[in-house]
Design a protein around this ligand. Structure first.
Ligand code: MN
Length: 503
């Protein structure tokens, strides 16, 4: 079962009438075989549907129009089995509004050295047919992923799979609703931005709601609903000994469950899969939502603290990319450092809202005082992320455009236990090293809020930015500040010229 079983990727093959029906029949049969293989591949998380061998400009525009209007189609894999004169593709590629990947492969892996004749040569022309097609992609300035290699090679299916995950997240963003509950933390800069620009460039819509809209939902929650949810808490988490059995009215756990039910009802009725809140707008709330936000994130909702709608949308996109993968994905904040020379680390956390999908162990449910927000003590899940590779990503609004920034990291075990730290957290080593990572991140204007994922890869983020047509910079092994700063300056010029007045 594919994780994006309600979506499809279409496999479209370019050719022409020059070779006659017999060759075209072989092209069709071999293309169906490849489509079936890709469809079965566990590396590719959406169904791959063989669509057609297109031989004329009309056939190309017809399949493009069908893709554009299909709710199911999240992107096209295009392959030129034979030569397909690329002027036939101008109209279609110009009108295509779905992502496409260019698969550069060949039906035969090996040259049949002793038997090869001109019939074989005429049938297996991707080596030059795909170059003709590639020229038109570049001539039209179309961003696309090019995947090169034999179609059964795990490297090829892996690269296509990463692109499919990015395409699924992009599909999700087109029409995604982000609920901004309350405004942002006052005076904060990076959580602001151009909502109109975001909607026209990235597809998701951000709308504000008063905290009272959610409070109404919380008021309407029934006692039996709260009791049932408290039983779930007791089952799924280690409830701290000092609050165990504290399920009566007015307790923090009881009110936390009420907030979860109210918030869930509000978001469900709205059809929003990402949201923000802020500790500065909590009027009518018993406590800052902690476990409610944590559990909603674990179900796939995007979240950003302090009104951070860009991070909320990004967390949602990365949740979609990570669907069905083993490791977790969470809203995160670079909180504090260990600056020992040779052993530098970042401790990431938030006031409360870290997703338990990154928990290495069964989380403990605890209630502690929170100095910020001026409300009652909030309930929260406490845990530590498991070691392993990951990324931290953010999206910032530079005024004339958006920029994605991704840092490759290695999550590690904390050097020592953290018995007095009552929040979900992750400790990581930033690549290539903390000094270069933080320097590059800060130089690029990266936000303090991020999405940390131990499933989403750098490649998926590259593909996602490519599909979005948005600047994306990467910090990892090999990053040098001198070159990185040059990249930022050059990108300023490129995106300024490329976007013109459209940003
Ligand atoms: Mn924050």
């Amino acid at each position: 079962m594919k994780v994006y079983s309600d979506k499809e990727v279409w496999f479209v093959i370019g050719s022409q009438h020059l070779y006659g029906p017999e060759t075209l029949k072989k092209v069709d049969n071999q293309s169906r075989e490849i489509a079936a293989f890709l469809d079965k591949s566990a590396d590719i998380p959406a169904p791959v549907v063989y669509k057609s061998v297109v031989k004329t400009s009309r056939e190309i525009t017809d399949v493009v129009h069908e893709a554009n209007s299909s709710q199911k189609c999240i992107g096209l894999i295009l392959w030129m089995h034979t030569f397909s004169p690329a002027r036939m593709w101008i109209q279609g590629l110009n009108q295509l509004n779905k992502p496409f990947a260019h698969l550069h492969t060949q039906h035969n892996r090996d040259l049949p050295w002793s038997e090869i004749d001109m019939d074989f040569m005429n049938l297996n022309q991707a080596a030059h047919g795909c170059r003709e097609f590639g020229f038109m992609g570049s001539r039209l300035r179309k961003e696309r992923k090019v995947v090169v290699g034999f179609w059964q090679d795990p490297d090829v299916t892996g690269k296509l799979g990463a692109w499919v995950r990015a395409a699924a997240a992009w599909d999700d963003w087109q029409g995604l609703k982000v609920a901004r509950i309350g405004d942002n933390m006052r005076e904060v800069a990076v959580t602001e931005g151009d909502k109109v620009g975001a909607q026209l460039k990235l597809g998701f819509a951000v709308n504000g709601y008063g905290i009272g809209d959610v409070v109404e939902y919380c008021k309407n929650v029934t006692e039996s609903e709260i009791s049932a949810l408290l039983a779930v808490y007791a089952d799924e988490y280690n409830v701290a000994s000092d609050i165990k059995g504290n399920t009566g009215k007015e307790t923090s756990m009881y009110e936390a469950a009420r907030i979860e039910l109210g918030l869930r009802g509000f978001l469900t009725d709205l059809g929003a899969y990402a949201f923000t809140d802020t500790f500065e707008n909590l009027h009518g709330f018993h406590q800052l939502p902690g476990i409610a936000v944590q559990r909603l994130m674990a179900e796939g909702y995007g979240f950003g603290g302090e009104g951070d709608w860009k991070t909320a949308a990004l967390v949602r996109a990365m949740k979609v990319m990570a669907k069905g993968m083993e490791m977790g994905t969470s809203f995160m904040e670079d909180y504090t450092y260990h600056l020992e020379e040779g052993n530098m680390k970042i401790l990431g956390a938030h006031m409360l809202e870290v997703c338990p999908s990154i928990a290495a162990e069964k989380p403990s449910l605890e209630v502690h005082h929170l100095g910020i927000g001026g409300k009652n003590d909030p309930a929260r899940l406490v845990f530590t992320a498991p070691p392993g590779p990951g990324i931290c990503s953010c999206v910032v609004d530079l005024g004339n455009r958006f920029r994605f920034i991704t840092n490759e990291i290695e999550v590690v075990e904390p050097d020592q236990p953290l018995p007095k730290l009552p929040v979900g957290r992750a400790v990581w080593v930033a690549k290539p090293d903390l000094k270069t990572s933080a320097n590059a991140w800060i130089s690029a204007g990266g936000s303090h809020h991020t999405c940390l994922s131990q499933s989403v890869t750098r490649e998926m983020m590259e593909d996602f930015a490519l599909i979005a047509g948005v600047e994306s910079v990467f910090i990892g092994d090999g990053t040098e500040m001198y070159d990185f700063k040059k990249e930022l300056r050059w990108n300023d010029v490129y995106y300024h010229l490329n976007n013109g007045f459209k940003s």
